[in-house]
Ligand binder design. Structure first.
Ligand SMILES: NC(=O)c1ccc[n+]([C@@H]2O[C@H](COP(=O)([O-])OP(=O)(O)OC[C@H]3O[C@@H](n4cnc5c(N)ncnc54)[C@H](O)[C@@H]3O)[C@@H](O)[C@H]2O)c1
Ligand SMILES: [Zn+2]
Ligand SMILES: [Zn+2]
Length: 389
């Protein structure tokens, strides 16, 4: 089959690889009808995620048709259209039973690698390094889905792929980011990053009752899409973000701040972001947490900082003094997608949101490598690309 594979920094290729087959009784094989490139894939593309190997099949936002089932999967039939969460979860362990699917303690066969870096291992993920399971990803013609009786959810008849696809990741992720803010009537939520995740966080904050959303980025079309979603916008290259948020919140700060940027924040946003860049380039640091620092400073006393942007290692100069003395709450996770998917599917069916608003480009799998570049460089107005194998 054809699949997008990782070959090193800046090198994604469309290769021919062996077709996946059933390996366990709880597996399913999906013929992929649509998949997408995520901001998290850019961290792979930019070479900042360790334990990738040449030839690894990437991709974790995938949907398609069931073509083969292991004997242990009784809730799906061959021919069903399903959307597949990016988190691989057994459904039965200590964490899955509590709804913390992305903390599954049985889906990462390489758990000891993650334990070394992080103390404990999270769940395995599709197409996201050997440390997180070494599973082949879904930017491919076919995908093997382990624990297929827990992950994939059937797409209702009549719902097009483009409306259902983002239930695999970015819609639940944006929603979790907003839900973790514990939004109260009248709240102002500040959101860093107007990429696809930020866009869903903006709309989810309003769905959950926020009065105002202040969205921060510098890319004009991304800011415009944020305004179309009801947000007020700030350009971090044009104005001082702290001052601008202060002046919009009676000098108190935002009730909650969402970091939807993560470890690859723009290096030219401020002095500290430039230093972060230099430290990572010289192996003196692992991450570039400028946005997290700013979010902490801009959050009101006893407010919440909700982190969905991905960080990987040890973050320098995080203003814990500010956070402790002012009683901030921190919430964060790789999204336990299975926890949110059913209720967000209902949101789409009710017409509360049409997730396809975020799509700017459609392409084939062969065009995938070119679109990794477009999405990374934000050229041609690219905000979200859907690949149709
Ligand atoms: N927690 C999860 O489960 C989960 C799931 C999906 C994605 N993510 C992460 O969410 C983040 C965003 O994903 P995306 O798909 O929207 O990616 P993206 O790269 O398209 O978007 C990031 C945006 O942040 C903006 N940005 C950069 N520096 C900034 C700054 N200083 N202030 C404000 N904005 C800034 C960029 O211009 C860009 O528009 C990534 O880190 C991704 O890995 C996490
Ligand atoms: Zn993702
Ligand atoms: Zn589990």
């Amino acid at each position: 089959m054809k699949a997008l594979t990782w070959h090193g920094k800046g090198d994604i290729r469309c290769d021919t690889v062996p077709d996946p087959g059933i390996e366990h009784t709880r597996d399913a094989i999906i013929r992929v009808t649509a998949c997408a490139i995520c901001g998290s894939d850019l961290h792979l593309f930019n070479g900042v995620i360790p334990t990738m190997e040449k030839g690894d099949v990437v991709g974790h936002e995938t949907m398609g048709e069931v073509v083969e089932l292991g004997s242990g999967v009784s809730n799906l039939k061959v021919g069903d259209r399903v959307v597949v969460p990016f988190t691989i979860s057994c459904g039965e362990c200590f964490f899955c039973k509590r709804g913390f699917f992305s903390g599954c303690e049985r889906s990462n066969p390489n758990a000891q690698m993650a334990e070394k870096a992080w103390g404990h291992s999270p769940a395995g993920l599709f197409g996201y390094s050997h440390m997180l399971g070494g599973y082949a990803g879904g930017q491919a013609e076919y995908l093997r889905v382990p624990f297929a009786d827990v992950g994939p959810v059937k797409v209702p008849e009549g719902m097009p792929d483009e409306q259902a696809l983002f239930l695999s990741d970015i819609f639940p992720t944006g929603y979790m980011a907003a839900e973790n803010c514990d939004i109260q009537p009248g709240d102002t939520i500040a959101i860093w990053g107007c990429g696809p995740v930020g866009q869903f966080a903006i709309r989810s904050a309003f769905l959950l009752g926020a009065e105002r959303v202040i969205a921060i980025d510098t890319v004009p079309e991304r800011l415009a899409m944020a305004r179309a979603g009801g947000a007020e916008t700030l350009d971090f290259r044009e104005e001082d973000i702290y001052d601008a948020i202060q002046s919009r919140t009676q000098g108190r700060g935002a009730d909650a701040c969402i970091d939807a940027v993560g470890t690859e924040a723009d290096a030219f946003a401020s002095f500290d972001s430039l230093i972060d860049r230099a430290k990572v380039a010289t192996y003196l640091g692992t991450d570039r947490p400028h946005v997290l620092r700013q979010a902490i400073h801009c959050c009101r006393n006893f407010g919440t900082v909700s982190i969905v942007g991905v960080y990987g290692g040890l973050l320098d100069k995080i203003p814990m003094g500010s956070a402790v003395n002012r009683g901030l709450t921190f919430r964060m996770a790789q999204t336990p997608v299975q926890r949110y998917l059913p209720r967000l599917m209902e949101c789409i069916e009710r017409g509360d949101i049409d997730p396809s608003f975020v799509i700017t480009h459609r392409a084939t799998l062969e065009e995938g490598p070119e679109f990794y570049k477009k999405f990374r460089d934000k050229t041609d107005g690219c905000i979200k690309v859907v690949l149709k194998p």
